[in-house]
Design a protein around this ligand. Structure first.
Ligand code: KIV
Length: 273
């Protein structure tokens, strides 16, 4: 196989993601939170599965990511791991599991790795969580950074609007991105920032930069699976492309079933013992 050929069977590792950036191959990443969905997503050939704390929104119906607990994230991560054989699985460190101090952060990361057997953690923030990232990395746990719109800080921002439009915030983001790379993070998610800024960061860093609402000039893209498959219909930001309308398909399927049960059409003789 030539070095430029994409191998859809080989296990994805953090090192492979760096190689993909080096040869200009874009990285595909989607969220999953359960076994059945993760199995489909993995078999379809995705590079990275994120067990995102967006589970708080799309699996539980909370309005923010803040309420989800470490135990709940581990439960989701374990379920995902049971369905995945090829993709790299990254797990979000939930709000409250790392902000206290770096020892607490390490203990949380260790619980995620030990109890779910996932392969990396993602953590929101820059310079302010430097010590925690250092400690987690020292334990041999790969860390993915997350800058720009960091939903766990929604109460500080007060809005989900595009971040880092102003020079001061953009400069801080660039500085943070370099800090995360220098610390040893293997990749970085940039959420909802101007495309030009995201492209600049991706060019300046050697680690892969994966965007959500950060334009096409980065090294890969991530979306929440419930949003891109149209299961979650109540969220339609500009950056979201819908690849299916599963809510409609599911509604039709459920309505068909209800009608068959009510009419006595289901079960038939062939469906009975
Ligand atoms: O929790 C999540 O799904 C995320 C992505 C939006 C990057 O952090």
């Amino acid at each position: 196989m030539s070095t430029n050929t994409v191998d859809n069977t080989r296990k994805v590792t953090t090192r492979r993601l760096t190689e993909m950036k080096q040869r200009g191959e874009k990285i595909s990443m989607l969220t999953s939170y359960d076994y059945s969905m993760a199995k489909i997503v993995d078999a379809a050939g995705i590079d990275v599965i994120l067990v995102g704390d967006s589970a708080s929104n799309v699996m539980v119906g909370n309005t923010t990511t803040l309420p989800i607990t470490l135990d709940q994230m581990i439960y989701h991560a374990k379920s995902v791991m049971n369905g995945v054989s090829r993709a790299l699985v990254v797990v979000d460190m939930p709000f409250g599991s790392y902000q206290g101090n770096s020892k607490e952060a390490l203990a949380s990361a260790i619980r995620i790795m030990k109890e779910s057997q996932a392969e990396a953690v993602k953590i929101e923030g820059g310079a302010e969580i430097r010590e925690s990232i250092e400690r987690i990395l020292c334990a041999g746990i790969p860390v993915m950074g997350h800058l720009g719109l960091t939903p766990q800080s929604i109460n500080k921002f007060g809005t989900y609007n595009v971040r880092a439009r102003k020079e001061e915030e953009a400069n801080k983001l660039i500085e943070d991105a370099h800090i995360l790379e220098d610390l040893g993070c293997f990749a970085l998610v940039l959420e909802k920032i101007p495309a030009e800024l995201a492209e600049r960061v991706a060019k300046e860093l050697t680690i892969p930069v994966i965007g959500i609402g950060a334009g096409g000039g980065v090294d890969g893209q991530v979306l929440v699976i419930h949003d891109m498959l149209g299961i979650n219909q109540g969220f339609s930001p500009r950056f979201l492309r819908r690849y299916a309308d599963l809510a409609t398909i599911m509604t039709e399927g459920v309505q068909h079933y209800i009608s068959d049960v009510k009419s006595g059409d289901f079960p038939s003789e062939a469906e009975s013992y």
